[in-house]
Ligand binder design. Structure first.
Ligand code: KG4
Length: 342
C-alpha cells in the first residue's frame, strides 16, 4: 500500500463551536466549523445549550470533515481532541467522541491543550500557499474570549506563559462593553466594524497599573459601564448618538493595554519574532497597531489566517500531529479539564 503519511483528525468542542479537521503531514485537508447560533438571544454562551448543540453537531461535522478531505476512517493515524480549558459540558462531548473513535478505529488518542492549539495554528500548511511559520523562540500574544496571555514559545511543545490576565480577558472586555451598548453577542466584531467610523481619542477610559507582564481588563469594563450610566442620566440617547466614537475609544484603549505589555515582553526577552493568536487577533485595529509596531521596533510579525484565529479543529489537529511525532499519547481514562495552564 502507498504511504499515506501521518493523518490526524482533530476535534474541538471547548466552547460554542463544534469543529473537526483533518491534517496530513501538517497540511490541512479539511476544517469544518459549526457555530452555534442558539446563544445569540441570551447575549452570551449558555453552557447547557452549548453541550446539547455539540451533541447534535459532532457526528455530521466529523462526517463532513472526512468527506471534504477525501479520507476514510481506516486511513486516520490518530485522533486529537481538546481536553481543556473550556466549558466542562462542551469538552465532555468532544472528549467522549474522540475516545470512542480511537477505540473503534484502534488508533492512538491525543489530548490537546486548547491554548497550545491556538499557538500552533501558526504551523498549519496549506496546499499552494507559501509556508511562513515563525522561528523559535518567538512570543505569541494570545487574545481570545477566555484568555489574554503572552507566551514564550521555545519549541512546538515547549511554551511558557510569561504574562496573563489576572481577571477578565480582552475578548470579554469587548463583549461585555458591547453588551451594555446594546450590541449583539459576540460584540467584538461589531465594535471593530463601528470603530472604523469613530474617533479613538474622543473618550478616555481607565488603564490598569499591573506590575510585570500581566493584564487586567475588569477595571476598564467597570469604568466603561459607569461612564455610560452617568452620561445616560444626562442624555438618554447618549449611546446611539456616540456609538462609533465609543467603540473606537474602547477599542483604542484595549489595544493600547495589549500592546504596552507585548512591547515590554519583546524588550525584556530580546525576542523580535512576534505572533498573535485567538479570536481577538481578528480585530483590524489590533492588526494595524501590530503592523505599525513591527515597523517601528523591527519585529518579524506573523499574523495567522483569519479562519485559524477563531476556535477551530485544525489547530487541534496540527498540535496532535506534533504530539504524534513525539509519541505523546493519552489513555482512555482521560477526563476534560475546565481550567488548565499550558
Ligand atoms: O478564540 P475565540 O474564537 O474563542 C473563545 O475564546 O471563546 O475568541 C472569541 C472572542 C470573542 O470575545 C469575540 O468577541 C472576539 O474573539 N472577537 C473579536 C473580533 N472577532 C472576534 N474581538 C474584537 N474584534 C474582532 N474583530
Amino acid at each position: 500500500m502507498a504511504d499515506k503519511g501521518i493523518i490526524i483528525m482533530g476535534i474541538e468542542s471547548s466552547c460554542d463551536d463544534t469543529s473537526a479537521a483533518i491534517i496530513r503531514d501538517g497540511e490541512i485537508l479539511s476544517n469544518v466549523v459549526a457555530s452555534q447560533k442558539v446563544h445569540e438571544e441570551y447575549g452570551g454562551v449558555v453552557p447547557e445549550l452549548a453541550s446539547r448543540a455539540h451533541q447534535q453537531n459532532i457526528i455530521p461535522v466529523v462526517d463532513l470533515a472526512m468527506k471534504r478531505a477525501g479520507i476514510n476512517r481506516e486511513e486516520i493515524s490518530a485522533v486529537a481532541f481538546t481536553r481543556g480549558p473550556g466549558l466542562l459540558g462542551s469538552l465532555l462531548v468532544g472528549t467522549s467522541f474522540a475516545k470512542g473513535f480511537s477505540l473503534a478505529s484502534k488508533i492512538p488518542l491525543i489530548e490537546v491543550n486548547h491554548l497550545q492549539g491556538h499557538v500552533l495554528a501558526l504551523f498549519i500548511k496549506e496546499n499552494g500557499v507559501e509556508f511562513n511559520p515563525p522561528k523559535f523562540p518567538f512570543l505569541c500574544l494570545l487574545v481570545s474570549g477566555g484568555n489574554s496571555q503572552i507566551i514564550l514559545v521555545r519549541d512546538y511543545l515547549d511554551m511558557e506563559v510569561i504574562g496573563q490576565t489576572i481577571d477578565d480577558a480582552a475578548g470579554e472586555a469587548f463583549d461585555k462593553c458591547a453588551k451594555v451598548m446594546g450590541l449583539p453577542y459576540p460584540g467584538g466584531p461589531h465594535v471593530d466594524r463601528l470603530a472604523k467610523e469613530g474617533d479613538p481619542l474622543r473618550f478616555e477610559f481607565s488603564r490598569p497599573r499591573i506590575p510585570g507582564l500581566d493584564y487586567s481588563f475588569s477595571g476598564l469594563k467597570t469604568n466603561f459601564l459607569y461612564f455610560l450610566r452617568d452620561n445616560l442620566k444626562e442624555n438618554e440617547n447618549f449611546v446611539e448618538e456616540n456609538l462609533a466614537d465609543l467603540c473606537a475609544s474602547l477599542q483604542h484603549t484595549i489595544i493600547e493595554i495589549l500592546l504596552s505589555k507585548l512591547k515590554r515582553a519583546a524588550r525584556e526577552t530580546g525576542i523580535n519574532e512576534i505572533t498573535v493568536a485567538g479570536g481577538v487577533s481578528a480585530n483590524s485595529g489590533l492588526r494595524n497597531a501590530l503592523q505599525e509596531n513591527a515597523k517601528k521596533h523591527r519585529w518579524n510579525l506573523i499574523i495567522p489566517k483569519f479562519e485559524y484565529t477563531m476556535d477551530n479543529a485544525a489547530m487541534i489537529a496540527i498540535t496532535g500531529y506534533y504530539k504524534y511525532l513525539n509519541k505523546e499519547f493519552t489513555g482512555q481514562d482521560a477526563v476534560p479539564f475546565a481550567r488548565t495552564q499550558l
